[in-house]
Structures are given as structure tokens and as C-alpha cells.
Design a protein around this ligand. Structure first.
Ligand SMILES: CC(C)(COP(=O)(O)OP(=O)(O)OC[C@H]1O[C@@H](n2cnc3c(N)ncnc32)[C@H](O)[C@@H]1OP(=O)(O)O)[C@@H](O)C(=O)NCCC(=O)NCCS
Length: 137
């Protein structure tokens, strides 16, 4: 059955690119899901922080789907796209794509949706003033 893992190209902007290392494996030798989730959270927070113009905190991991495994030596790229901006929070879709051993066409391996809250200097929720998402107008 066709599913969303069969996307042909990444959607959103490249927020981080890293190499999957042996230290990040699980007992079966693939890359540990928690490591992938962490990279995606970092990527989403970089994008959200740019939108908010300051600090953000992750308040929710709304969804996470692992379509395919990541192998040691894969080049891992996280693409991010803001899908909703509320008063103080925003939703960010994060797609992860890999190139096996840093070669060939990108393969869509995971996707997730994260919610971030903009923070003021005291660590309290702050209104997001810039509600314009580039590329949606
Ligand atoms: C982020 C934090 C300061 C927000 O404070 P809070 O008092 O819970 O915030 P509020 O109830 O005012 O809600 C703030 C926003 O988050 C949204 N929100 C609250 N709970 C949510 C949830 N479970 N899922 C999604 N959004 C949620 C609210 O709808 C609101 O959005 P809006 O202003 O766009 O309408 C606080 O929850 C916190 O410190 N959490 C821990 C963050 C953390 O340690 N993250 C991991 C490391 S970064």
C-alpha cells in the first residue's frame, strides 16, 4: 500500500545534517529511534526559534513515524516546515531523509510533528509576533 514514506523529495527547509555514528545504534545494529527523535527535535527547535526570534521549548511530540531504518554511515538530513502558529505555540513538521553511506538518492525514513512554545526571558510563554510563514503567501 502506498504511504507517505514514498514521497519523492523533502518538504521544508534543511535545518540540520549529521552523520549517523556507531555510538548511536540500538542492540540490532540500526540507529536508535531516540537518537533520531532527538535530532528531529533539534531541527524543529532551530526552525521554531528562528520564527519566534528567541528561545523556544518543546511542549509536545505530537506524532512520530519510523518508515525505514537508518544505518551507521548514513547522511541524515532533517527538513522542517511550520504548519501552524498560535498565540505562543507553533507546530513544526519534521521529515528525515538519508543517503545511504552518503551516496545516492535521498530516502524518506521518518517524520514527526512537534509543538514548541516561544519563551520570554523568564521562561514564560511569549506571544509570537511574526505569524508569517515563508512560502505560504
Ligand atoms: C513550555 C512551558 C513554559 C509552557 O508553559 P505552560 O504554562 O504549560 O503554557 P500554557 O498553558 O500557557 O500554553 C502555552 C501554549 O502551549 C500550548 N500547549 C499546552 N499544552 C500543550 C500540549 N500538550 N500539546 C500542544 N500544545 C500545548 C497551549 O495551547 C499554548 O499555545 P497557544 O498560546 O498558541 O494557544 C512549560 O510547559 C514548560 O516549561 N514545559 C517544559 C518544557 C521542556 O522542558 N521541554 C523539553 C526540553 S526543551
Amino acid at each position: 500500500m502506498a504511504d507517505s514514506s514514498e514521497k519523492k523529495r523533502p518538504q521544508g527547509e534543511l535545518s540540520i545534517r549529521v552523520l549517523a555514528m556507531p555510538a548511536d545504534t540500538n542492540p540490532s545494529g540500526h540507529i536508535f529511534g531516540g537518537w533520531v527523535l532527538g535530532q528531529m527535535d533539534i531541527a524543529g527547535s532551530i526552525h521554531a526559534s528562528g520564527q519566534a526570534g528567541g528561545r523556544v521549548a518543546t511542549i509536545a511530540v505530537d506524532s512520530m513515524v519510523f518508515h525505514k531504518p537508518i544505518h551507521v554511515g548514513d547522511e541524515v538530513s532533517c527538513y522542517t516546515r511550520i504548519t501552524r502558529i498560535g498565540r505562543t505555540s507553533m507546530s513544526v513538521n519534521v521529515e528525515t531523509w538519508v543517503r545511504r553511506a552518503r551516496l545516492g538518492d535521498p530516502i524518506h525514513v521518518t517524520e514527526g510533528r512537534f509543538t514548541y512554545v516561544a519563551l520570554d526571558a523568564q521562561g514564560e510563554p511569549a506571544e509570537i509576533l511574526n505569524k508569517t510563514v515563508p512560502g505560504t503567501n
